[in-house]
Design a protein around this ligand. Structure first.
Ligand code: FS2
Ligand code: SF4
Length: 547
């Protein structure tokens, strides 16, 4: 195996024996093969589209789901990945027949000519992974693009589950995958395609924002309970609001409470979920603390998306873990939707009834709900605070959290910021500083949480609005600095989206991606002044924030 798609990759180079995330080499290889098949399907759909042939929605759904299932910490179940390979090969062959019937020219690439069966998968997987591209810079650009597409697929899938879709995004996604499979572009052309992906990232996050707010209302300022009640509970993790809605409906009146974990916390900010009195709070912290927190929770856990941490062999909660959508874990029950699209959570609810209530691990409240609509309602107050000098600077600290010690930097950085600064956050990175009690400025909290990682879109909308209010020509003239923490591939599409909006001088940490070759990193530095992080003191000085 060779995988370097996330921030925690081994030695900052690549996981080669087993993933730091817990992914086994056979699972990594199954994912390499799945991506090979996804590229094959995309080569055919791209050609069919260009020839004007109608395209079945089945291919769009397949590509999006398959990409999502290969995101860090989404799926550890070989069988679930291999079933996607089987399905993808059959789909590719049907599409190739369709191309033949319509005299559509198809390029001669391995992604189309290979006709293996299960017995051949493991051997084939060895030659189709990341290292198939021998040139370090081209490999870097192709993988950067692939990871951006994975993040885009994740956000698109959530939107699609709420009935929102955009054909242009599928067309771009499959065109980009087809290009990776069969075109020899120059480094400059690859860079252009990567930046184009950023533009589609903005489009996808805007679509998901429309889906979430159109379905559940605009997030509003909300205090979320972080303690527990005395009834049994179900913990829902991940990002999928549709699953949460179904779970809340099905648990109503059963005597079982529902708690959010990690990236599901922002669900509390949506008006539509406030009517459920058994939707009682958020339990715990970011994804990587789940081993301790799931043990203490005592009840079942539903993963709607990443991030899964493989439970230890003696974990008492393994039997209480359920997966759905693109996620999977060997031995854990996977909840599929039925023919009508409904999911039956009754098994989880019945299990919860037999469990003890959650053990209290903390108590109190945290505040959030500062997505674009809510912040723009406070615009006058915010603008006045900036004009009066009460707010000197906004610090965008969106992104992911992770288990590395080096991420303590973000807590220390937040603590060390001067009192006249406000943190704008989104994603699970917030858990590094959302319980510090950093106070407020004239009633505006010093940590404004917009929501999940995809709600980084909200932060961009807020920045663009401020640019308009202050009549600036360039988004980079705003009193905003970007100190973003990344971990997995959704952060990659968020980063590319910010670049496509013209944001410069983004600081990315705790380390720069291993998949950026020195030359590709130099291009990003030259074009966008991207930089890593240093010590808290150095960075505060660099941002002009040292007291
Ligand atoms: Fe955090 Fe994990 Fe949101 Fe990422 S819960 S690192 O998936 O997507 O962010
Ligand atoms: Fe390693 Fe990250 Fe890949 Fe897991 S996802 S195998 S930790 S690079």
């Amino acid at each position: 195996m060779f995988c370097y798609q996330c921030q925690e990759t081994a030695k900052g180079v690549g996981c080669m024996l087993k993933g730091v995330c817990g992914k086994e080499s056979h699972t990594a290889q199954a994912m390499d093969l799945l991506l090979f098949v996804v590229r094959g399907v995309s080569v055919v759909t791209d050609a069919l589209r260009k020839a004007g042939c109608p395209m079945p929605g089945e291919a769009d759904v397949f590509v999006v789901d398959a990409l999502f299932s290969t995101i860090t910490n989404a799926n550890f179940d070989d069988e679930s990945i291999l079933q996607r390979v089987d399905k993808g090969l059959a789909l590719r062959n049907r599409l190739m027949d369709e191309a033949k019937r319509n005299n559509v020219f198809l390029p001669e690439v391995d992604e189309l000519s290979w006709q293996g069966t299960r017995a051949d998968y493991a051997e084939k997987a060895k030659s189709v992974g990341v290292l198939r591209e021998p040139d370090e810079d081209l490999r870097s650009l192709k993988e950067l693009l692939t990871y951006g597409l994975k993040g885009m697929a994740a956000y698109l899938e959530h939107a699609m589950r709420l009935g929102f879709n955009d054909n242009d995004i599928h067309v771009f996604m499959q065109h980009a995958l087809a290009t990776i499979a069969c075109r020899s572009l120059s480094a400059d052309e690859w860079t252009q395609l990567v930046l184009e992906a950023g533009g589609f990232g903005v489009k996808t996050m805007a679509l998901l924002d429309e889906a979430n707010t159109g379905t559940y209302g605009n997030p509003e300022i909300t205090k979320v309970n972080i303690g527990v009640k005395n009834r049994p509970g179900i913990l829902i993790s991940g990002h999928d609001l549709k699953d949460l809605e179904e779970l809340l409906k099905q648990t109503e009146g059963t005597g079982v409470d529902v708690y959010t974990h990690s990236e599901m916390l922002p669900a509390h900010y949506y008006p539509a979920f406030k009517k459920y009195s058994h939707f009682v709070g958020n339990y715990g912290n970011a994804w990587w603390k789940q081993r301790e927190e799931f043990t203490a929770f005592n009840g079942p856990i539903l993963f709607t998306t990443n991030c899964i941490v493989p439970p230890l062999a003696n974990a008492v909660y393994k039997e209480r873990m359920f997966t759905t959508n693109s996620t999977g874990y060997p031995g854990c029950k996977h909840i599929e939707k039925d023919a009508t699209g409904r999911k039956d959570f009754s098994e989880i609810i019945e299990m919860a009834k037999q469990c003890q209530p959650p053990t209290e691990i903390e108590r109190g409240e945290i505040i959030g709900g500062f997505a674009h609509n809510q912040v723009l309602q406070l615009a006058d107050k915010v603008v006045d605070a900036v004009k009066s000098g009460a707010i000197r600077r906004f610090i965008v600290m969106a992104g992911c959290d992770g288990r590395m010690k080096s991420r303590d930097y973000y807590t220390e950085f937040a603590k060390s910021l001067p009192q006249d600064t406000v943190i704008l956050t989104a994603g699970c990175a917030k858990y590094r500083y959302n319980k510090l009690g950093l106070g407020d400025i004239n009633g505006i909290p010093r940590v404004l949480d917009a929501g999940q990682c995809n709600d980084s879109y909200s932060l961009a909308v807020i920045a663009l609005k401020l640019k308009e209010v202050f009549r600036l020509n360039d988004i980079n003239e705003l009193p905003i600095v970007y100190n973003i923490a990344w971990y997995e591939q959704k952060a990659v599409i968020v980063l590319l989206a910010l670049l496509s909006l013209g944001v410069k001088e983004i600081h990315l940490g705790p380390t720069l991606p291993a998949f950026l070759s020195p030359n590709v990193a130099k291009v990003l530095v030259d074009m966008f002044h991207i930089a890593g992080i240093g010590s808290v003191e150095e960075d505060l000085k660099k941002f002009g924030l040292a007291s």
